[in-house]
Design a protein around this ligand. Structure first.
Ligand code: ADP
Length: 826
């Protein structure tokens, strides 16, 4: 380590005094030839240059005595540097073992150090050429020749000095370990050699370089060599500084943040806000500790509180973590309600709330009975209620929940396309939340609610993942005890939940899901059932809801029939209930306004309350027509009567089908036509028709897409009617697929179709023979009202549906001769 006179401030006073003493020691006089003799001290490294100060440390007793002797006898000290610095001791005290040049030095007062050694300040005086070791014992005595320093400044020297100074300046800028004063000091040195030595000392060059510099007698050469080393050093320093600044900017950012956080915390403490924050966190922690969370969520919640403690209350992340903790705290991890497994009680409630629905009621009572006998082993069955809207699926679910004493919750899956809607978004998303399943569980507040998943047949599926597969996990008893939500990230137990799904159709439910479920059908209702439901359930409920239950108002059966026939057209009773509600509200208003209100709602009054009818009793409108037949169709809303029209026009033998018909339906049109062509002779149809006229099949209500093969026999019937001029009976409805040879194949949805025919007031229903077995599901009343004709072949269909009388002339293509005749006339 080198000390400079300029940084005396950093010395303690004793050192600065010692520096003064050193400056007072005069140079030792040399003889005429420049020879001096002095006491020798051996050093391993070149740490002292002429004119510069450096502390030296002395442990060897011999050296201590040498210095004391020199001071006492007013002799000079000559420092020898070992040739081989690695050696601790010189192999022998020969001149050859030392650098040819040493340094004459003035040594200050010895100061004893705590470890027993001594330190002293030394100031280099002159370079000396070592001539001879005069004496080795008891002290080393050395003879040397003073090397005169060339102080002449040529232009070259000046240029060298300036370059060196510039380089040094750059080094000082880059290397923070060199005090800036060193540069000022260097600028004030006027001797070239001194400048070189001073800079060499100031730079922390290695010993090899220092040796080299010591040995150069010519100041110019010293400056040259020095500038080379300085330039090299600058290269390294610049590289270092570049790396450093890159690292620094990284470190700086995080340090700055930490620093600012700390400051903010301090400010908050000053303002008393820090205390509130700490108190809040403590309360939160206590809440978690006191909660009945299972181990894992508790651990996670406490860990998050710890994270909060590391944060200032203003940090935007705080909100995110807080709501995460809230979610953990508010989810029902363990809380359950006790099941009421009393079968008679359940039966009473189901009966109280719902008319009919025999199968569904039986299944639920069986379930409860099994549970009450075998409470442990309970793999919850997953029920799927399938049926048209308004048939009581949801309200039946509610009743089950009430019977069991469970909390009822429901969530609609209609239009859910994104897996994240089921399973939530990861918390790294802004505004992330758990998926619908856990949101609904939180709403339920217990771990064992009755959970209704509505519209499972309307589940979408696109690039954002498949919600059905997430649902599979929800519904699978093997997996749902550890349901994973992306937001929560802690497995959640859904195994105690009783899941019930609902759907309008089974067709669009992913098969893997359908596999897991037990399907219970909710059929559409016939008129009699609707009237019963209205009288027993809908009317009392609506009166109660509108506060008129005490007015003793009665609905006539005829009035209800009118609402059903003219104001609603549905498989279920949702609209019926709504219309009844409207009537009740109107009466409530009359009563409130003090006006008179009817005690009996008769059929005539309906129009007064409900505006003009929306639907017209179907058969009133219709008569037997040529080219028009009625097909029974199945839709998600239940069965429908679908009218099919066929027109035969001049043309080129094309078949045209319109009314938004799907591919399958178009094909069954083609099949029907082929069949008709193949039997044309038997029906007395002119074969030319098929070449010279177009057949147009249209299914009205064109905005609604229609598809399926079951209209096949109806299209064929309408075609034959149109081509023969024989009308189709308007009281007949039919359904069945047709083959090219006129066989009739079975179809689906028999029950709904038959109910629709009944609703529409048809008298006869033509069904494929194979579908006869499906009629067990059709209420007896309907079966007795309708004439059901099972068929195997088109011939049977036509026998029932087609009149024998030709009422209009069958279409006839114009003959060639006629055309020619016409042309000639023109
Ligand atoms: P879904 O869920 O099948 O679309 P809802 O459960 O919403 O049908 O039923 C519509 C309304 O009809 C409800 O008020 C319900 O109570 C009533 N309802 C349906 N079926 C019956 C029934 N069999 N007995 C009594 N009320 C019924």
């Amino acid at each position: 380590m080198t000390h400079y006179p300029w940084d005396e401030d950093s010395f303690d006073t004793s050192i600065s005094q010692r520096t003064d003493e050193l400056y007072q020691i005069p140079n030792h006089p040399a003889d005429a030839e420049g020879i001096i003799e002095g006491i020798g001290i051996i050093m391993r490294e070149v740490s002292l240059f002429p004119r510069l100060l450096s502390p030296i440390f002395i442990w060897a007793e011999k050296d201590r005595r040498a210095i004391q002797a020199a001071q006492n006898k007013n002799q000079t000290v000559l420092i020898l540097f070992l040739n081989e610095p690695e050696e601790k001791e010189p192999s022998s005290l020969q001149v050859e073992n030392f650098l040819p040049i040493g340094v004459e030095a003035a040594i200050g007062r010895l100061v004893e150090m705590p470890d027993g050694g001594f330190s002293a300040l030394a100031q280099g005086r002159r370079r000396v050429e070592i001539l001879e070791i005069v004496q080795t014992e008891p002290l080393l005595r050395v003879r040397a020749r003073v090397i005169p320093e060339n102080t002449r400044i040529t232009r070259r020297t000046e240029a060298l000095m300036r370059t060196t100074l510039d380089l040094f300046e750059r080094c000082v800028q880059l290397d923070r370990s060199i005090p800036e004063e060193a540069q000022v000091f260097a600028m004030n040195i006027e001797e070239p050699g001194w400048l070189a030595d001073m800079i060499t000392t100031a730079m922390s060059f290695n010993d090899d370089i220092r040796r080299e510099m010591l040995l150069l007698r010519d100041p110019n050469e010293r400056l040259m060599r020095l500038s080379k080393y300085l330039a090299e050093e600058i290269n390294v320093l610049e590289l270092e500084s570049e790396i450093h600044s890159r690292v620094q900017s990284e470190v700086d950012r995080s340090q700055r943040e930490m620093y600012l956080r700390e400051q903010m915390r301090q400010i908050q403490n000053e303002l008393g806000e820090g205390d509130i924050w700490t108190r809040e966190l403590n309360e939160l922690r206590q809440r978690i500790e006191a909660s009945d969370l299972p181990q894992e969520p508790k651990k996670v919640a406490l860990r998050e509180v710890e994270r909060l403690e590391q944060m200032p209350p203003m940090s935007p992340e705080v909100g995110i973590i807080r709501s995460y903790i809230d979610w953990i705290l508010e989810l029902p991890w363990t809380k359950v309600t006790e099941d009421n497994l009393d079968v008679r009680h359940a039966a009473k409630i189901l009966e109280r709330d719902h008319y009919g629905l025999r199968k569904a009621k039986e299944r639920i009572l069986e379930y409860i009975a099994v549970r009450s006998l075998k409470p442990r082993k309970n793999r919850q069955p997953i029920l799927c209620f399938v049926g048209p809207p308004g048939t009581g699926k949801t309200s039946f679910g509610r009743s089950i929940a009430e019977a069991l004493g469970r909390v009822f919750v429901r969530v609609s899956l209609g239009g859910v396309r994104d897996e994240a809607e089921i399973r939530g978004h990861r918390r790294t998303y802004i505004g992330a939340l758990p998926g619908r399943i856990l949101q609904t569980m939180r709403r339920a507040g217990v771990a064992n609610p009755l959970f209704m998943l509505d519209e499972i047949d309307k589940l979408g599926n696109d690039f954002r993942g498949d919600p059905a597969s997430a649902l599979l996990e929800v519904l699978d008893p093997e997996q749902n005890h550890a349901f994973s939500d992306h937001y929560l990230e802690i497995p959640f137990d859904l195994s105690k939940v009783m899941f019930i799904t609902t759907a309008n159709t089974l067709a669009t439910i992913p098969p893997a899901l359908l596999d897991r479920m037990e399907v219970i059908e909710f059929p559409g209702y016939i008129e009699e059932e609707k009237i019963e439901i209205a009288r027993r359930y809908l009317i009392p409920r609506q009166m109660e809801e509108n506060g008129i239950q005490d007015l003793n108002i009665e609905f006539d059966i005829e009035a209800l029939k009118r609402i059903i026939r003219e104001y609603t057209y549905e498989a279920g009773v949702r609209n019926l209930e709504r219309e009844i509600g409207r009537i009740c509200r109107k009466i409530a208003r009359l009563k409130a306004e003090g006006k008179t209100y009817p005690q009996r709602i008769t059929a005539d009054l309906i129009e007064k309350f409900l505006d003009p009818p929306q639907y017209f009793p179907p058969e009133a409108e219709r008569r037997d027509e040529v080219g028009v037949a009625q097909s029974l169709a199945w839709t998600e809303n239940g069965g429908e009567v679908m009218v099919i029209e066929v027109a035969v026009l001049e043309g080129k033998g094309n078949l045209q089908m319109t009314g938004q018909l799907g591919e399958v339906m178009q094909e069954s049109g083609q099949a029907a036509l082929t069949y008709v062509k193949s039997r044309a002779a038997a029906f007395g149809i002119d074969l030319d028709v098929f070449e010279r006229m177009d057949i147009h099949v249209h299914v009205p209500e064109g905005a609604i897409p229609k598809d399926g093969p079951s209209a096949g026999i109806t299209i064929a019937t309408a075609m034959i009617s149109a081509l023969t001029g024989r009308p189709v009976y308007h009281t007949v409805g039919m359904t069945g697929e047709i083959t090219l040879r006129g066989r009739v194949l079975p179809i689906g949805g028999t029950r709904e179709k038959v109910l629709a025919a009944h609703r529409a007031g048809l008298k006869t229903v033509i069904l494929p023979e194979k579908n006869l077995k499906d009629l067990v599901d059709v209420p007896k009343g309907v079966r007795t009202d309708l004439k059901i004709v099972p068929v195997r072949h088109m011939d049977q269909v036509l026998k029932v549906a087609l009149s024998d009388q030709v009422v209009i002339p069958p279409p006839r293509p114009r003959r060639r001769e006629e055309e020619q005749q016409e042309q000639e006339e023109e």
